[in-house]
Design a protein around this ligand. Structure first.
Ligand code: MG
Ligand code: MG
Length: 262
């Protein structure tokens, strides 16, 4: 069942998603060599709670932390840890969820730790660009498969592969609503997009093969071949027929200064 949101509900979702973006912007300057992912998690949780919200991931199916931090060949759902110290040349996807006024925010950005290799930066650029290519299809009258097709096509044309086991999703009062929003697909297939639908589009893109491993911690996914993966996520409403991005990377990128992903 797909829940269509009213204009008022879309605005509440926007507030929750903007809080996620502000939290990511708060973390952005801290993503430096020597920081632990546990520290990023603590700062994020404090920031979220100080804004009258709660971290949506904490306790979700038993997830222990407020944010997911996935480093290098980890794809998504990495668990922050005191043992994970970021170092120069790493990449880290930070995925954050919030509950604010009964609505979920859910957005992710992959950060460079200091200077990263040019081929890794290209992976991030292509993944981020593919998200916006997908968002371009998130308009009334298109179908979910049009989004997946566009994302897949963009990334595969660049020589990368798309994770299949994990997908985007509807978002609203709960974090994962219908429909599923795969990052691959066939044009003209899947649910019809209508005004009032709110979805998270979140390409997970691998430099090498798309085969993944679920780690023993029950959460972390990583590429089987050990090559790097990137992940960017926006929450998007179909609002008066058009794509309306509810989260906001410009807040993050203003905080990042030079190390933004173009
Ligand atoms: Mg997310
Ligand atoms: Mg999501």
């Amino acid at each position: 069942m797909i829940y269509l949101k009213t204009a008022e509900e879309i605005e509440l979702l926007r507030l929750s998603n903007l809080l996620v973006s502000k939290t990511l912007a708060t973390l952005a300057p801290l993503v430096q060599p020597g920081v632990t992912t546990a520290k990023l998690d603590r700062v994020a949780e404090e920031f979220i709670r100080s804004h009258g919200a709660t971290p949506a991931f904490k306790g979700y199916n038993g997830f222990p932390c407020a944010v997911c931090t996935s480093v290098n060949d980890q794809i998504v759902h990495g668990i922050p840890s005191e043992k994970v110290v970021l170092k120069e040349g790493d990449i880290v996807s930070i995925d954050i969820g919030t509950f604010l006024n009964g609505f979920v925010g859910d957005s992710a950005y992959t950060f460079c730790v200091g200077e990263v290799a040019p081929e890794v930066r290209r992976l991030l650029e292509v993944t981020k660009a593919s998200l916006f290519v997908g968002i371009g299809q998130a308009v009334e009258g298109k179908r979910v498969g049009d989004i997946g097709y566009a994302v897949q096509n963009h990334c595969e044309a660049a020589g990368y592969s798309i994770v299949r086991e994990l997908v985007g999703h509807g978002v609203g009062r709960v974090m994962h609503e219908s429909p599923e929003v795969p990052n691959y697909g066939r044009r003209g297939s899947g649910a019809l997009l209508k005004t009032g639908m709110t979805i998270c589009i979140e390409p997970m893109v691998c430099m090498g093969a798309r085969d993944l491993i679920f780690e023993q911690d029950g959460w972390t996914t990583r590429t089987r071949d050990g090559k790097y993966a990137a992940h960017f996520e926006h929450a998007v409403a179909i609002n008066r027929g058009k794509a309306d991005i509810l989260s906001d990377f410009s807040l993050i990128e203003a905080a990042l200064g030079e190390n933004i992903i173009e």
